[in-house]
Every structure is written in structure tokens, then in C-alpha cells.
Design a protein. Structure first.
Length: 204
């Protein structure tokens, strides 16, 4: 998993409450077993018209938001089913941070396990960031996980909190496998001490 420390990126506003995971990545695209390749289907029903052409009215299809890496969203973002494909799609599209007043718990946990940072800020602060993203061309914010601060060049300084264990994992790029492999030497030593007959018992 890619470490997350400080990220500055273009902001795209998606001011809709209760965006669920089926809207983030519709169910018909869940057949892939890899974590990659989902970005082109992100918000598919909103990004494309019935004939498959991009809908110019949807925010991510506006040229000014091309290359956005920070999404500012409405409350209860990521509600619905617990599919891990939702953060996979957001990451594959290019987002590193989602800012919202509230997140669905399972979605937020899936984000943190995959290197996507969900930042919870007060609703009025989220609204301010979204308003600036609409009003200002190339509006960027900086998300500093080392200091837990969101800032911009227009005077915004907004602290946020994150569970210290999850913060440690993100700062060091540790997913569940990475955490386990920190103990690789101890695991190898244990396996070397196991009786040879035990391996055959375990296979039966």
C-alpha cells in the first residue's frame, strides 16, 4: 500500500448526501477479482448517458476537474452495501482523499485498509471547500496526515482526527498483509520449529 503523508491535489465537488456504494461502483462491474480497472466505471450511472457517452452535466466530466485527486462530498458518503470495490474504484480513478461531514463506517474502514484517506470535517467547512472548488479554477487543498490538518491558499486551516492505529498504518503504507509481514522473521522462526509431522496433519 502506498504511504500517505502529505497530499496536495485538485478538488472536485460532489455535493450529494447519501451516495451509496452502488452509485460509486454499480453491481454489474463487480466481476473483476483484481483491485485495478474499476476507475472507468466509477459513478457510471451518473458519468454516462444511456447511449454510453459522457454526460457533460456530471461534475467529473467537466474539463476543469480533470485530474482531481480530492473529492469533497455530502454527508453519509459510502452508505449501502459493504463492497470493497468502492474504494478500489475511487483509487483507480485517481482519488487519494475523500472529504465529507460523515462516512458510512464500513466504507471508511475499507478506505483506510486500501490507502484512501476519508477525512471528516464539520459540515460548514465541507460546504466552504465545495464552494471554493466551484468558484475557483484549479482550486487545491493540502491534506497533511502528519499534522492532521486540511489547508488551502485562501486561509483555510481545518484540523481533523483519525484513529491513531489507522493513521500509523497509512503513514507507513501498511495494509493487513503489510502488518503481518512486519513479523515475518518470527513467523519464519516458528515455522522452522514446528515438527515435520505437523505439516502433514494440517493438510489432512
Amino acid at each position: 500500500m502506498q504511504p500517505f503523508r502529505i497530499h496536495t491535489g485538485l478538488v472536485a465537488p460532489l455535493e450529494r448526501p447519501n451516495v451509496d456504494t452502488d452509485q460509486i461502483i454499480p453491481k454489474q462491474f463487480l466481476k473483476r477479482v483484481e483491485r485495478t480497472g474499476f476507475g472507468e466505471f466509477l459513478f457510471y450511472d451518473w458519468r454516462y448517458t444511456n447511449d454510453g457517452t459522457p454526460d457533460p452535466s456530471f461534475v467529473l466530466n467537466e474539463p476543469r476537474y480533470a485530474g482531481a485527486t480530492i473529492l469533497v462530498a455530502g454527508r453519509n458518503f459510502g452508505c449501502g452495501s459493504s463492497r470493497e470495490h468502492a474504494p478500489w474504484a475511487l483509487l483507480d480513478y485517481g482519488f487519494r482523499v475523500i472529504i465529507a461531514p460523515t462516512f458510512a463506517d464500513i466504507f471508511a474502514n475499507n478506505c483506510l485498509k486500501n490507502g484512501l484517506l476519508p477525512v471528516t470535517l464539520a459540515e460548514e467547512t465541507v460546504a466552504l471547500i465545495a464552494a471554493r472548488a466551484r468558484a475557483l479554477e484549479n482550486y487545491c487543498v493540502t491534506v497533511d496526515l502528519e499534522r492532521c490538518i486540511v489547508s488551502d491558499e485562501h486561509g483555510l486551516v481545518a484540523p481533523f482526527s483519525l484513529d491513531e492505529f489507522r493513521r500509523h498504518c497509512l503513514l507507513n503504507g501498511l495494509d493487513d498483509i503489510g502488518l503481518t509481514l512486519q513479523h515475518e522473521a518470527a513467523i519464519t522462526a516458528y515455522e522452522a520449529r514446528r515438527p515435520r509431522w505437523r505439516a502433514f496433519v494440517d493438510r489432512s
